[in-house]
Design a protein around this ligand. Structure first.
Ligand SMILES: Cc1ncc(COP(=O)(O)O)c(C=O)c1O
Length: 345
């Protein structure tokens, strides 16, 4: 059976154009800095994010980990949301591997951290305290429903952090979705921060990889850290070739995914027993709550949908997450809405 896979945009497979480019990619040894396709991808990523340099890394997790470890020493403190991917879903890597201490603040429903909360969390110099070194923001904010942080908010948060000599790292796994949702250039969202990671392998459809961007000095340090983590790869140009198409071509079509997410949200919210957990989606994520009036548990509902050839994720006791992407067309959206109607009975 051909499944409609809405569990995440990470399930996207490379497009035929990507596969052709991968087969034809010019490659070299990237640990020597000699892979021309990786170099081209890194330059392109830096140019798009308004940074001096970029570094191809295996995953968003690795990009965030290297980003945090570049900015912090052991025992330093990093301020981030209690719903940040780096806090929830990156296996505690910043602490396990870097001895870095997370100081979490409540994410607001719009994905932001309160500026007053940030200011209060920043430690003054005192031998009893860890040193506040870094603020991590996430855009789009996954667990807040794919919420989009504006350029204005980003600028304010960065200005505040810099006033207290903290650096700012942006987990921009889906920063191209944020830019598409706001109708702005990615640079407006990434320009103010000191470093940013974005993913090629989610909505942008590349099979592997993320790019970490920052100053030349920062990326030099990041390259050593990537090596220490075992993430220096050789003829990675076969992957970077898909990454170039991800940025140049796939980033331009994300509005379609957002429109389908809205249609999916609206269709399911009209069915009795289902409601939107975070309101209408602002990007490509739809979170749905299922009322007790629906006779199934979340697991049973997922199993029922699976029988209809639809895969969705569970993100709470009676909450589901669906993510639209390149391989989800209008028909898949309508089939999913109909399958939810059958669940309602
Ligand atoms: C917001 C966010 N940041 C980082 C990541 C990590 O990316 P990866 O799965 O490539 O490690 C994800 C993955 O879904 C994510 O949603």
């Amino acid at each position: 059976m051909e499944f409609i896979d809405l569990r995440s945009d990470t399930v996207t497979k490379p497009t035929p154009e990507m596969r052709e480019a991968m087969a034809a990619a010019e490659v070299g040894d990237d640990v020597y800095g000699e892979d021309p396709t990786v170099n081209r991808l890194q330059e392109l990523a830096a140019e798009r994010t308004g940074k001096e340099a970029g570094l191809f890394v295996s995953s968003g997790t690795m990009g965030n980990l290297i980003g945090v470890l570049c900015h912090c020493e052991r025992g330093d403190e990093v301020i981030m949301g209690n719903l940040a991917h780096t806090f929830l879903f990156e296996a505690g890597g910043i602490s396990a591997l870097g001895g870095v201490f997370p100081h979490t603040l409540p994410n607001q429903p719009d994905g932001t951290l309160n500026l007053i909360d940030i200011q209060s969390a920043i430690r003054m110099e005192d031998v009893h305290f860890p040193k506040s070194k870094l603020l991590v923001l996430e855009n789009t904010q996954n667990r807040c429903g794919g919420a989009v942080l504006t350029a204005e908010y980003t600028g304010q948060a960065v200005e505040l952090a810099h006033r207290y000599h903290l650096a700012v790292h942006l987990d921009g796994a889906r920063i191209f979705n944020a830019a598409a949702a706001l109708g702005v250039d990615v640079k407006e969202l990434t320009g103010p921060v000191d470093s940013v990671t974005f993913c090629l392998s989610k909505a942008l459809c590349a099979p592997v990889g993320s790019v970490l961007c920052g100053t030349k000095d920062f990326i030099y340090k990041a390259r050593r850290l990537r090596k220490q983590l075992g993430g220096g790869t050789r003829q990675a140009g076969v992957l970077a070739a898909a990454g170039i198409i991800a940025i140049e071509t796939m980033s331009k079509r994300l509005g379609e995914d957002h429109a389908r997410a809205r249609r999916l949200a609206e269709g399911i919210a009209n069915i009795s027993g289902f409601s939107l957990a975070f309101g209408m989606p602002s990007s490509n994520m739809v979170f749905i709550d299922m009322a007790p009036s629906v006779k199934y548990s979340a697991q049973e509902a997922v199993a029922k949908l699976m029988e209809d050839g639809i895969k969705i994720g569970i993100s709470g006791e009676r909450r589901f997450r669906m993510v639209t992407h390149y391989w989800i067309n209008d028909e898949a959206v309508e089939r999913t809405i109909n399958a939810f109607s059958r669940l309602a009975g």
